[in-house]
Design a protein around this ligand. Structure first.
Ligand code: PXL
Length: 277
């Protein structure tokens, strides 16, 4: 098994099974040294709870990065998710430039929107900053809503293959390298993911479980990165992440009190088997 030092930059939502509280256990389970940079600390995530507290850690970031540089710390991959502010996006780009080991991939989940809408904390300036980060990354994992914000394409709930191809073409034209476009479903009861790599598109379709779950994008992205660091190619990593996320949703279905996230922990052994660990 290959052992890498990865840096993941996202918020800590203390309760809510998303971002760092998902990425750290999944990447550690995948056998990777996982360094973290919390972008903000929230009492809960922002999707469905009200009155949450937020401490934005933007102003701590430059000194943390300077210390790591002084200590000659370098990362074999950098994976970013939900960030704390527009200003922070520039700091994150700077960290990727200064602290990545040669050849280290930058993997960006532009976690900022879903179901046609931006998350409450974000605005147009954040979208503009996220375009710069996404189009300089090696791999991005947008959902359809995020891809629309990144490209200016109109969001549609009803779409066909030509709409998705158009979305991918616009991402490529803007500079996106490998794209893992999530939540793409063409028929009732199914959803899937399109991977565009080296100009070629491959689609993986799987069952869609009707219950909409929070945090599945973060589980998906962390599982994808864990698979990638274990030597899988982008398509195979996308398939493993989809199969694992589906197991997590299945495990959570039927427990209405668990609306805020998915029970990803009991399925970690299944994920490791998919990785061949
Ligand atoms: O799952 C994405 C996410 C991460 N972090 C915070 C969020 C959300 C989605 O709403 O609110 C704080």
């Amino acid at each position: 098994m290959s052992y890498h030092k990865i840096l993941t930059i996202q918020d800590i939502s203390c309760v809510g099974q998303c971002s760092l509280t998902v990425a750290l256990p999944i990447l550690s389970a995948a056998g990777q040294e996982t360094c973290i940079l919390p972008s903000a600390v929230l009492s809960t995530h922002t999707a469905g709870f009200s009155g949450y507290t937020v401490r934005d850690l933007t102003e701590d970031i430059p000194a943390i990065a300077d210390h790591w540089e002084k200590e000659k710390i370098r990362f074999d991959a950098v994976y970013t998710g939900y960030l704390g502010s527009t200003e922070q996006v520039a700091f994150v780009r700077d960290i990727i430039r200064r602290l990545s080991a040669p050849g280290a991939p930058a993997i960006v989940d532009p976690a900022m929107a879903d179901n046609g809408k931006l998350y409450p904390a974000f605005d147009r300036d954040y979208v503009e900053a996220m375009k710069g980060l996404s189009f300089s990354a090696d791999i991005i994992l947008p959902n359809i809503t995020e891809a629309c914000f990144l490209t200016g394409m109109v969001y549609r709930e009803d779409y066909d293959e030509s709409y998705i191809a158009g979305l991918l073409d616009r991402l490529s034209a803007a500079g996106a390298k490998t794209v893992v476009l999530t939540g793409v479903g063409y028929r009732e009861g199914y959803t899937g993911v399109v991977v565009r790599e080296n100009g070629q598109d491959r689609y993986y379709e799987h069952r869609r479980i009707s219950r909409g779950c929070h945090g599945t994008g973060d589980v998906y992205a962390a599982a994808f990165v864990g698979a990638l660091l274990n030597g899988k190619n982008a398509y195979d990593a996308a398939v493993i992440a989809a199969d694992y996320t589906l197991l997590c949703i299945e495990r959570t279905q039927g427990d209405a009190s668990h609306w805020y996230g998915v029970k990803f922990e009991p399925q970690l052994p299944a994920y490791l088997r998919m990785l061949g660990l």
